[in-house]
Write a protein that binds this ligand. Structure first.
Ligand code: SF4
Length: 238
């Protein structure tokens, strides 16, 4: 893995503009061709991540070298971990499980119990943000599955941008897609997805911090429901 000859951060806005309205597969192909083994992808196995992995599987052997990982917080749904097995078997990918240095049990012992209810930002920092930061070190770009229409916070996200938080490029091939576009792709290509999506969970995170949503609610309304928290801090400062 060599970080030389990669686009300079100052070039990314122009590159991103060129891809406005582009097919996500073309953005993904550019990412694989440009960053090669310096490209990594974090996935929580949401439906968008499943779509991106299906697209990667269509791009040939170079795309199979992309490092894919899941932040295994210790609080994920069993359905999420089962989906990882299914996707690995289907596409032949290895999806690395990345855990915090401190196990869930050690952390709960240190705080005298779980802290997702009392200190969710600290819990996310320990179990997600710090491991993500450590994992991204040494890579030139990471793939994210976020869509601009998910929340107001995500609306201004560029398809390709410099990620100041982690100091590498961030590429969001599905940035311009709607939820309907994603599900249309799933149906067309018979993409495997988390069965919880069919049980009222449009967005799936850790089990204690995710509830099903009601008709008419925002698709992320079930995340940290009843609190002001809307993001785990992976994509934005919290
Ligand atoms: S989503 Fe909830 S359980 Fe998961 S790391 Fe964040 S606060 Fe902890």
């Amino acid at each position: 893995m060599s970080l030389t000859n990669l686009p300079d951060r100052s070039e990314l806005p122009a590159i991103s503009s060129q891809f406005d309205g582009a097919d996500p597969l073309d953005i993904l192909r550019w990412a694989v061709d440009t960053y090669g083994t310096c490209l990594t992808m974090a996935t929580a196995f949401g439906v968008e991540g499943c779509v991106l992995m299906d697209m990667l599987s269509r791009l040939g052997s170079d795309a199979r070298q992309v490092h894919i990982f899941n932040l295994d917080t210790g609080y994920q749904f069993k359905e999420t971990l089962e989906l990882r097995e299914k996707i690995q078997a289907r596409y032949g990918f290895q999806i690395e499980l990345i855990s915090a240095k401190e196990s869930r049990e050690q952390m709960e012992a240190r705080f005298g119990g779980p802290i997702y209810g009392s200190q969710p930002d600290e819990c996310c920092r320990i179990r997600k943000v710090v491991p993500l930061k450590e994992t991204l070190e040494g890579y030139g770009a990471w793939l994210s599955a976020i869509r601009r229409d998910q929340t107001k916070t995500r609306a201004n996200h560029d398809l390709i941008q410099w990620d100041n938080k982690y100091d590498l490029a961030k590429i969001s091939p599905l940035g311009n897609w709607t939820r309907e576009d994603v599900w249309s792709y799933v149906r067309t290509h018979n993409v495997d997805y988390n069965p919880l999506h069919d049980q009222g969970y449009p967005s799936i995170g850790c089990q204690p911090c995710t509830r099903p949503v009601q008709e008419g609610e925002n698709e992320r309304a079930g995340r940290w429901s009843g609190t002001a928290k809307t993001e785990c801090g992976l994509h934005f400062q919290i």
